[in-house]
Design a protein around this ligand. Sequence first.
Ligand SMILES: [Zn+2]
Length: 889
Amino acid sequence: MSSRQILPTNVRPRHYALALTPDLDTFTFSGQVTIDIGVLEQTSTFVLNALELDVHSAKFYSTTGKTEQTYIASNVDLDTAKQTLTLTFPVPVPAGATGQLVIAFTGTINDQMCGFYRSSYTGSDGTKRYMGATQFAATDARRAFPCWDEPAIKATFDVALNVPRHMTTLSNMNVVSESEVKGESARKLVTFATTPAMSTYLLAFVVGELDYVEASSSGAKNGTPILCRVYTPPGQSEEGEFALDIATRTLEYFAGIFGQPYPLPKMDLIALPDFSMGAMENWGLVTFRTTALLWDKTSSSVNAKLRVAGVVAHELAHQWFGNLVTMAWWSDLWLNEGFATWVGWLAVDHLFPEWTIWNQFVADTVYSGLALDALRSSHPIEVRVDDATEIMQIFDAISYSKGGSVLRMLSDYLGIDVFLAGIRRYLKRHSYANASTDDLWHALSEESGLDVSTFMAAWTRQIGYPVLTVTSVDKAAFTVRQNRFLSSGDVSDAEDANLWWVPLALATESGQAANTADQTAALTARQGQFATPPHAVFFKLNHRQSGVYRVQYPKEHLDRLAQAIRAGQMVEVADRISVLSDAAALAVSGAGSTANVLSLLTSFENETEYLVWSEVNDHLTSIASLWFEQPEAERAALDAIAIRLFATQVQRLGWDPREDEGFLAAQLRTLAIQCAGMSGHKSVIEEARARFTKFITGNQAALHPDVRSPAFRIVVKYGGAEEFDAVLKQYRETKTADQKIAALSALAQTQDAALLDRLLNLSLSEEDVRPQDTIHLYRAVADNTMACRILWRFMQEKYDQLAGRYKAMPPMLGAAVKCACVRFSTRKDADEIEAFFAARDHRLVERAVQQSVERVRSNAAWLERAKDEVSAWLREHAASAPTSTGAAV
Ligand SMILES: [Zn+2]
């Protein structure tokens, strides 16, 4: 096992003055960094981080007491593997010396979306233009300048950029001066105010032609209004208005709940045409991919609006949690990401209570965490990571989703007021410094009077989570046992040794159980007995899926819950979702029956809530996708279930929005049209075609932005080259970020192998599909069961090319690998995937490969178990199902 690659602690930086001169014609830059350092132990070598830089000189101007001395590095050694720069001086520098280390260097403005990189856009004259931007998280500041590139080594920064005169230049802080560069009238020197003490991964700058919209926050909680701007490529600034509104309001909300003002004088948010992550929380200069920041009120969809609100709130939460107080090392990445995930939703809930965002949190965040953590190849929330490659691979559903879910469970248990008071204590104590998970538990313990770490340690240090099995329910009491949950269902004794603290959170038809003792009841041992809520028609555990676990009920009890759902007695949306989700997860693991899941799915016919329908669709889709190489008649029968369920919703909601309907109804319309149409509902397909024809011939109103994505998918799936080319034209011509991705994803639904080949080849042509968007395309191809094998073959043929392209972006490469493998359901496929990667260097995507192989084996086991019972169920229920494509709307 490798050891953690950290820098020696004999030298410490306090302040950086960074001066860079980028050249956007040659994509190179020259720079000089002057670092104020202190030497703690006598040494003749300084070791810092650098990668893909040419270092031309390094001098240390030292002062020890009254002695001044200049040390000139006699040897400059760049170690590409360790990503370090070692400066060796001819004589040792004594302990106690302070002074300035001055390093001159040059580098490349790369096309890898990390470090200092270039991003292209189309100018108003139609020509291709470039801007320069940075992405330093997690470990890529070292690609832009030599530095001590670890989160715990905080320093202050002065940034000065020598840039073309006509370009806008941004950094974390406000501009303090702009002056002409001597002898170069076409350039200017822009200097920025000194930052507070911060980690290197949060530094940022951007140079380019940009437009913006601006507004100030109210200042109600910050004391003074904060100037916020949303920057966009030229001509798109209006699309920044929605994000701007979210930003100004959220900055005040967070200043209130975090108990301290936003610490910088301004907040810029910028949409970059090329961006590897969703967004990056650089202090005072948050960078986004366009789909996460831009929202056009005339042509963007309702789902895009939710995404923008969610991502902006998440990034602004980091301004305190992550930027002001930073994890000490990447093994605590979850502290940043889990917290920003949870509190980002808290802010969206505050801004848009009618969106009922916590139900969305359950459906998206909780279940994506539980899905990944049901694999052996998952990892604990607090995870050992040694080097850059390992660090990038944990930006995943465990750090974000399970982390956020665990914090929600704790805040529900302690109460939101106590929880936030503990957070304020933690932020105050560690401001401008670093902290660990234990520091957070400590602050929450002080606030709550409970020893938080005793019951939370298991959640962050152990891999996995429990399934609670409810047994022997009678009027007085019921028994609950906990065991580790694995989706493969084959938990060994050793894997089952761990126990968790599990809050039961009983719910009945009257909402949460009246007896408060039951509300705070928690299972802490392997097994426990608890009081049955008196006079309840039904009870379920894990009210609103607040806890990070699954529940298995006896068959009669589950039937009672299904009956309560049908009778409208289970009022909480998240409770209905959790009954279904748990039953489905247990069917996969073999602890429950897939046929029973199908019965349960059909009991949602009277449902009206979008998120429950979304959950119904998820499980129906995963069964249909497991069946992708099963008999045609059975697949048609599964489609018929989807048609029957969703046709009613299409009929109820229609194709055009109504003035008085809410956000969730609009989301449900999008979902219902897609599900009914993609399952083969004739009249929905016809309506999609008719509206699409009007739309592409100039009648924009024929397809409301919310239904463009489903309509595009439907016409491509049931059309040929003509429809494919028409949607491709939409993809190329639309300027709206979310609709561009919608069109690209729709293309992937073609059933024509030749068109698929064409599309997959387009995915490698940067002129057609930006490398940042390729993953959207693969994800959409993975949704098309007909294309699964074609995608996997393509991935094998092109893997080396993709690995080269994404070598600096392991999460993207990992996501591509997962897309290509995830649908398979035979052991032979699992073996083939394993053998393919075993034969080549796959360190960049090691976790993704392990997780994919495990998922395929788990699918195989599920299919073997479910095959006969599902076939029988489908035969039995075929009589009551409508003919596959005939249901009328
Ligand atoms: Zn984040």
